[in-house]
Write a protein that binds this ligand. Structure first.
Ligand code: TXE
Length: 492
């Protein structure tokens, strides 16, 4: 089989790993290899970080005005818009996400760059009304330096853009490490970065495995911020190794997000929201609505309707227009889904729909799956599956719903389905998660922060604060007095 050979992008040049080694990437819809990538290790990470650091201090980048940086970001956004079909196809091929979903994501991707382009020259410091009459003090937001963006396989470009656009807007430089399971679309982005006119070394892309290339980035002394999206177990490694150099961190991890349905909800919408929340993208989404908390009076109806819709989901080739659910991205992820369903059943959960692998072109497919549990301690209520598997449980009162919603170590997202406006706001405040969707689900915007509580990580991506999170705040003191400085042993 002829594999498409991709290269890495370091210091404005396409290159191989120093070792000359490569690894293959498999397409999940057939489990066949389709592309190969350089297998970067510590030495490549060091070359890329050094290039990013040199670019950071170079006049070609550091000497640009913030407005000029914004223009570059805008140009990159335009180029992404021009190439969205190609990028969408690459992502669907490599991670098995539906082409209609990746098209949607690529169509929106430029907005991250446009929004952050607009913010680039609005990163304002403050003049401080200090209580010293002979002093003036003000703050500046300075870029940090080299940012390492470590990205997973489920939405490679989206999760890159949400890091890259604010990091560049603030004047940093980047080394991006895509997942070993989905590197092609990010490598393709390198070409657009070059075309947009970013100076060499401002954006670098290294391909390779997490424990080698990824870990080397997190412990590199010149990396000042690690922006990580991935699993909680890997995040613990990232925190430990970045601690060595006190690099700043943002961690966007998984979730066990509840969908809470009250009797006064629009049931049609709630059913659609539940299906969208956990079966779209085959549930391989950090915000997957993987716990269904449903009021007793409508429980049987909602469960029956979700199962009925699940039974009609068209499973198949992610590149086919009619497909509604594609494969799991990796065999490991398929095994996790399968094993977790079996485990939940052994703990007393009842399978209502799905639960089986699906044979389709040799790919890694799993049925949309719903189980019922009368216990919030069932592992399916507590552990992230990252697959098309959801667990339903009854509640009788709002207090019970809230207790169930918050009975998790995670806290990334929650859906609240009710027409009662007071209840909607009450619960929005009380549910401990970074995103609350009322009568909707899976809505995102470049303008809105995303991030979690607890084991879902810390830091927020998106929105105005994201750009500030890639800056160091500096306080400048200026002595306004022309008198000689007095007693050197007294703090002023
Ligand atoms: O992710 P990893 P995996 C969750 C989901 C899934 C689980 C494991 O529950 O089942 O995580 O998935 C890089 N130092 N999410 O193993 O390992 C790796 O190469 C530095 C949720 O695929 O977290 C990749 O680029 N980097 C999630 C990135 O980390 C390391 C999305 C993510 O991979 C590293 C994906 C190391 N030691 C999985 N080890 C979400 N929040 O959306 C690996 N990496």
């Amino acid at each position: 089989m002829n594999l498409t050979p991709y290269q890495m992008y370091i210091n404005g040049r396409y290159c191989e790993a120093q070792s000359g080694n490569r690894f293959d990437s498999l397409t999940p819809s057939t489990a066949q290899p389709w592309a190969s990538f350089p297998d970067a290790t510590e030495v490549d990470a060091d070359i890329a970080v050094t290039a990013a650091h040199q670019a950071f201090v170079s006049p070609a980048w550091a000497g640009l005005t913030a407005t000029a940086r914004g223009k570059l970001l805008r140009t990159l956004g335009d180029l992404i818009a021009d190439h969205r079909e190609l990028l969408a196809e690459l992502e669907s091929r490599e991670n098995g996400k539906l082409i209609r979903e990746t098209r949607g994501q690529m169509g929106y991707l430029p907005e991250f760059f446009y929004y952050m382009a607009g913010l680039a020259d609005k990163i304002e410091g403050q003049t401080l009304p200090v209580d010293k009459s002979d002093m003036m003090a003000y703050t500046l937001h300075e870029p940090m330096g080299v940012v390492a963006a470590i990205v997973p396989w489920n939405s490679p470009l989206y999760l890159t853009a949400i890091k890259m656009a604010p990091a560049l807007a603030a004047g940093n430089t980047l080394v991006i490490k895509p997942s070993e399971h989905a590197s092609a679309s990010i490598v393709a982005l390198g070409k657009l970065v070059e075309q947009a006119g970013f100076p060499a070394g401002v954006v670098n892309i290294i391909t390779g495995y997490g424990p080698s290339a990824g870990a080397a980035l997190t412990r590199h002394p010149l990396v000042r911020h690690v922006a990580f999206t991935g699993g909680a177990a890997t995040a613990r490694h990232v925190v430990r190794s970045s601690a060595e150099n006190f690099a700043h961190l943002s961690l966007e991890l998984g979730g066990k997000s509840p969908q809470i349905v009250f009797p006064d909800a629009d049931i049609d919408s709630a059913v659609n929201g539940i299906v969208a929340g956990v079966f779209a993208a085959s549930g391989q989404s950090c915000v997957a609505g993987s716990r269904l908390l449903i009021h007793d009076s409508i429980y049987d109806e909602v469960v029956a309707r979700v199962c009925e819709r699940a039974s009609r989901i068209c499973i198949g080739d992610p590149l086919a227009e009619e497909t509604e659910m594609g494969p799991m991205t990796t065999l490991a992820q398929l095994d996790i889904a399968d094993n977790m369903v079996q485990q939940a059943i052994s703990e007393g959960a009842v399978l209502r729909y799905g639960g089986q692998r699906v044979e389709c072109n040799g790919g890694w497919y799993f049925q949309p799956t719903l189980l019922e549990s009368d216990s919030s301690s069932n592992s399916l209520m507590q552990e992230e599956v990252f697959g098309p598997v959801t667990a339903a449980i009854r509640f009788h009162t709002e207090a019970e719903a809230l207790a169930l919603a918050n009975d998790t170590r995670y806290g990334l997202a929650a859906g609240i389905w009710t027409r009662d406006i007071a209840r909607a706001h009450r619960l929005s405040k009380a549910v401990r998660s970074g995103i609350i969707w009322v009568n909707t689900y899976r809505v995102v915007s470049a303008m809105a922060p995303i991030g979690g509580f607890g084991d879902s990580g810390y830091g927020r991506e998106g929105g105005i604060e994201a750009v500030l999170s890639y800056t160091e705040k500096k306080t400048v003191w200026v002595n306004l007095s022309s008198e000689p400085m007095s007693d050197p042993f007294v703090m002023r």
